[in-house]
Ligand binder design. Structure first.
Ligand SMILES: Nc1ncnc2c1ncn2[C@@H]1O[C@H](COP(=O)(O)OP(=O)(O)OP(=O)(O)O)[C@@H](O)[C@H]1O
Length: 481
């Protein structure tokens, strides 16, 4: 609360109704000062500052006291977490308050988390303002520019990313739809998270309909620190809270940065409560971002969480085809297949390799062949070549799923054995350039159709079962590193 000492009566615009004539504002204010002091001791400084400090006193109607909070979200949270305790404390402290009623009152002044008082008009603007027409210039010095190459059209869709793509499209078409706010995109390095965020931004800003602020979590932190230094935190907050869509990339950067996390959390709440859209990306799901504060992780997981899985061979081929076509240079299908087999780590590397090939072809005016590819990409291919052998895959998979290494080649068909064996076949196909018959031979002389069946079954299972998919992808990343 603003006035915890109680010397000025009820804090910030508190009004006490006349229903209880005998109890003055000053009396209520001093009771509240005592109660809020107790609460702070009980729940701790951080919790108190986050949730309870923004409570203001409302009217007392007979034995029911109204407490105001500035947003619906805060009201619901405080009611759920602290409602009973608040009532007990008021009952014990005063003897005349029997019940507590928590209500939203948005036009009160409250204290911002840096101690500044936010005037009623500002709160109104932050919390109530409907989605406005474009004000992109308003955010231009705050946000990073959007890359015009990263559009929905240039994003190649396949099984591993179709869900994330569909969610991104949905947000771009209808920001702040129930169930899609926040949109949380996560996945490994270089798989297209930034691309999708920029695509959402470009789509929404087209036609100047909506103001969008995109920035990395790192930039968010530096901006915040700079604002503290130059004593312009209110301006920073206002700028952020006036956008229609806020997108923060690589949120994992905020792990361990407690103050910035807290600031982000408040911004997040203010925007979502005001019906604005938040889009966040990270390398892990909210529940796995263990260094983030629980309350932030909880809120991040409240909307739509969409993962981008590691690429499959098919997706890599489609991406290469699309990028080769866009370059106008003819790249033979054999070369594309070769690259898709060899460079499995992420799209960024795949794209880099193709760009190098194309630049080389343009420079020397020679057609691209398999031989020239091996020559031009000599260093990249070497780095990828020595990576994984089928034996290594078998060993790691057997260890992980707790089966004997010999079962990779045995005839046992129990699911506990057959499933990991199929995973190993699938990974052998994904991570090595061995043919299906070659892989079959390494798995107890099995036929190539068995390997093909294993690859299909695992891909299908990964689609149905995201926990299983994550397990397999983790294994893939471990083998690749
Ligand atoms: N499905 C796709 N279709 C076309 N291009 C893609 C696709 N996925 C990724 N890319 C391209 O790969 C490159 C890396 O993608 P991006 O920067 O979006 O990855 P990221 O997931 O944000 O990675 P990081 O975790 O490093 O931030 C970009 O040039 C992007 O355009």
């Amino acid at each position: 609360m603003a006035d915890e000492g109680g010397t000025h009566g009820a804090p910030f615009g508190a009004t006490v109704a006349d229903a209880s004539d005998t109890v003055s504002d000053a009396v209520l204010g001093s009771h509240w000062a005592a109660i809020s002091g107790r609460l702070k001791t009980e729940v701790g400084e951080v919790e108190y500052r986050t949730w309870l400090r923004q409570i203001t006193l409302g009217p007392l109607d007979e034995d029911e006291l109204v407490l105001f909070l500035p947003t619906r979200f805060l009201r619901d949270w405080v009611r759920g977490q602290y409602g009973d305790r608040l009532q007990q404390l008021w009952q014990g402290e005063t003897g005349f308050v029997r019940r507590i009623e928590l209500q939203v009152q948005r036009n009160k002044a409250v204290v911002a988390d840096d101690g500044e008082v936010m005037p009623a008009a500002r709160i109104e603007a932050v919390v109530e303002e409907p989605v406005r027409a474009a004000a992109t210039d308003k955010t231009s010095d705050l946000a990073a520019p959007l890359d015009p190459r990263f559009t929905f059209d240039s994003f190649v869709v396949g099984k591993p990313n179709e869900f994330a793509y569909a969610c991104a499209r949905r947000v771009a078409e209808k920001p702040s739809s129930p169930g899609f706010n926040p949109l949380f995109l996560y996945g490994g390095v270089g798989l297209g998270k930034t691309h999708l965020m920029h695509a959402i931004g470009s789509e929404l800003t087209r036609g100047g309909r909506v103001s969008v602020a995109y920035m990395s979590a790192e930039k968010f932190m530096y901006r915040f620190i700079a604002a503290i230094r130059s004593q312009s935190t209110m301006e920073f907050k206002e700028q952020l809270r006036s956008v229609d869509v806020l997108m923060i990339d690589d949120l994992q950067f905020l792990i361990g940065k407690d103050n910035t996390q807290e600031e982000f959390f408040h911004t997040f709440n203010a925007l979502v409560d005001a019906g604005r859209q938040i889009v966040v990306s990270a390398d892990k799901s909210p529940s796995d971002l263990s260094g983030l504060e629980d309350r932030l992780r909880t809120r991040l997981g409240c909307g739509m969480v969409a993962d981008i899985h590691a690429t499959t061979f098919e997706l890599r081929i489609s991406i290469l085809e699309a990028k080769a076509l866009a370059s106008g240079v003819i790249v033979p299908a054999k070369v594309l297949e070769f690259l898709a087999h060899k460079i499995t780590s992420n799209v960024r590397e795949l794209e880099g390799a193709l760009n190098r090939l194309i630049a080389h072809a343009n420079l020397f005016g020679r057609p691209i062949t398999l031989e020239s590819t091996q020559e031009v990409l000599h260093d990249i291919l070497k780095a990828h070549d020595r990576r994984v052998t089928i034996e290594e895959i078998q060993r790691k998979v057997a260890e992980h799923w707790n089966i004997r290494l010999t079962d990779m080649s045995s005839a046992r068909r129990a699911r506990a054995v057959a499933r990991p064996r199929q995973v190993a076949m699938y990974l052998a196909k994904q991570l090595t350039s061995r043919s299906l018959p070659e892989i079959g031979r390494k798995f107890g002389n099995r036929d190539h159709t068995t390997v093909m069946h294993a690859c299909k079954s695992i891909a299908a299972l990964m689609e149905r079962d995201s926990a299983f998919a994550e397990d397999v992808e983790l294994m893939q990343r471990m083998l690749e590193s």
